[in-house]
Design a protein around this ligand. Sequence first.
Ligand code: PMP
Length: 370
Amino acid sequence: RPANRATRIDDLPVRDELRGKSAYGAPQLDVPVRLNTNENPYPLPEPLVARIAERVAEAARDLNRYPDRDAVELRTELAKYLTRTSGYEVTRDQVWAANGSNEVLQQLLQAFGGPGRTALGFEPSYSMHPLLARGTNTGWTGVPRKADFSLDVPAAIEAIRTRRPHVVFITSPNNPTGNAVAPEDVLALYEAAGPGTMVIVDEAYTEFSHGDSLLPLIEGRPNLVISRTMSKAFGAAGLRLGYLAADPAVVEAVQLVRLPYHLSAVNQATALAALEYTDTLLSYVEQLKAERDRIVDELEDLGFEVTAADANFVQFGVFEDPHAVWQFILDRGVLIRDNGVPGRLRVSVGTPAENDAFLDAAREVKKAQL
Ligand code: PMP
């Protein structure tokens, strides 16, 4: 190797399944309007910022000590939030929290996947599911969705019966397509899966949905897990706080694989402060839902095909060359996302001004007949 050449991953004794791979990540480009990573466009309100500072200061006085390993206060407040917003009573022992729902999902795969086991998902969906499977040495089976991106239930049941996966991922609302999954479809898949399989419903975007959360389905179904996050509806992607609701035995299982003290005291304090401001933050969600519906209406009026939209983003098309359209819109100062879904692009819902900038660019796309 030439002396001036940096060491590459493949020069190291890295695991075979990581050879030749590149790390997950959307481009972080410096453009005026960034609508590419499904973040909440509204910064946290100032009174909440002050409250976070207060609670973090309190936590800082104890930073010589390890944090509450089981995050009991935080899980109690998350359980109250779930109970209040779903009408289904959730208790602290049914809730678990970690650094983003990505870590929750990783812990679930560590507990229920692993070498010699497989996970199954319905694609296109959240690309981290197969990546987390790879990282935990879990095999992966991708089952295609229908042309309208809804679940192909008979094909899903057939795949579950023949492949007998240990973990099934259902993303509702789905990312990147935006559509939600009906409760009866989740139940049909759960029945097909049986006691040898954990069914994980990734509800990262559920607060934006037209329909209700699938949370009440965990009643009497110990193999069903609902995964949630404070990254989207709570506008706190930088916080890194995800959580799950499931049978208490599932919480005990993930406690077998979590790192001790995985959730820092600063993190727990910040999340608790944010939960005090639930009502304010959920009012932003209502504004974002109204803006989402406006984007859908305007894109449809312009003649685009729009996928049923239940999240804080909208998938639209159909384009012969989605990447060229992505670049055309970027040239107009608006960064959206090309997820590699054939013929489609995805735009996150921003502030009204950001959405106007996007819709102006979309109008030009139509004029240019791309
Ligand atoms: N699930 C889905 C479907 C997502 O889109 C995302 C974020 N892009 C996540 C989980 C992970 O979010 P976080 O780790 O921030 O909770």
